[in-house]
Design a protein around this ligand. Structure first.
Ligand SMILES: C[S@@+](CC[C@H](N)C(=O)[O-])C[C@H]1O[C@@H](n2cnc3c(N)ncnc32)[C@H](O)[C@@H]1O
Length: 272
């Protein structure tokens, strides 16, 4: 499956994704990933930045509010339409464009920094996308990105204690998750379609919606890190975010994020 075909799946997901995410149901992003990502992000005030795979623009807006001069691209026309609508309602100077990460429409050495939040693992030719990032970064510019943690992109399942229920934030009882079994970390996944929808959204809402259909790709941790090194990046900082104590008080079901890492944030730099 190539990136253009992957893009068609994403464009079909974009309408419902935007609707649910804007109602606050992309909880992992809002509660776990984005806070950790922006805690780790260096000062970007006054810098020229690019967001790759920006979706409806949630994290691009956050970077712009930190004072960065942002451009953002996504392969999905629908996501970009919604991102541009937000820009009209609340102008932050963001330039949104429909573009493919494997062929960035920007000159060499152009951006002070580039971000990509939860998009690179969805890109079929991630090697080409990473070399495009390197090309478009100014010398000494940094690239910070988050992905689904390689530990949870192979084959795995939860271990649950059926005798110990926890009450989740929507009032329902769920068997407590107590472990995480990796069944095949090294399995090659190349464009298999995964179907799901934000589980935090009310059932009455999601049962009338088509589930997201997402082409999946997986690469091991060493493949990601060796690829960055071979392109010429210097590795700088890592984070495996999980729910804070405060979050757990309000959303007890997010305790699962403390059993195994679901996300990985990496910052690397194009050293002079
Ligand atoms: C999981 S969403 C993340 C969206 C957003 N960054 C966020 O954190 O909410 C992945 C995004 O990657 C985009 N995407 C997938 N393949 C792409 C490609 N080749 N070029 C640009 N964007 C791509 C999808 O359209 C989608 O918006």
């Amino acid at each position: 499956m190539d990136d253009k075909e992957v893009g068609k799946y994403w464009d079909k997901n974009a309408e419902n994704w935007t609707k649910l995410a804007r109602l606050g149901y992309d909880r992992c992003r809002n509660l776990i990933n984005t806070p950790a990502f922006f805690k780790m992000l260096p000062d970007v005030s006054g810098l020229r930045g690019l967001d790759i795979g920006c979706g409806e623009g949630y994290n691009t807006r956050k970077a712009a509010k930190r004072g960065a001069i942002m451009t953002a691209i996504d392969i999905s026309e629908t996501f970009i339409k919604y991102a541009k609508e937000s820009e009209e309602l609340e102008p932050l100077g963001i330039n949104y464009q429909i573009a493919n990460a494997v062929d960035l429409p920007f000159p060499d050495d152009h951006f002070h920094f580039i971000i990509a939040t939860m998009s690179l693992m969805d890109i079929a030719d991630h090697k080409k996308a990473l070399s495009e990032v390197f090309r478009a970064l100014k010398p000494n510019g940094f690239f910070q990105f988050s992905i689904v943690h390689p530990i949870s992109t192979g084959i795995w399942e939860w271990v649950r204690d059926e005798n110990d229920n926890i009450r989740s934030s929507d009032g329902t009882l769920q068997p407590r998750k107590i472990g995480f079994v990796i069944k095949d970390y090294f399995k090659r996944v190349e464009g298999e379609i995964e179907e799901w929808i934000f589980s935090a959204a009310p059932k009455e809402m999601t049962e009338k919606m088509e589930k997201f259909r997402i082409p999946r790709f997986n690469h091991t941790l060493s493949e990601w890190l060796n690829l960055l090194i071979s392109i010429g990046f210097t590795l700088e900082e890592f984070c495996e975010p999980y729910a804070s104590d405060e979050i757990l008080k309000e959303y007890p079901e997010e305790c699962a994020s403390r059993i195994a890492p679901f996300f990985l944030i990496i910052r690397c730099r194009k050293k002079n």
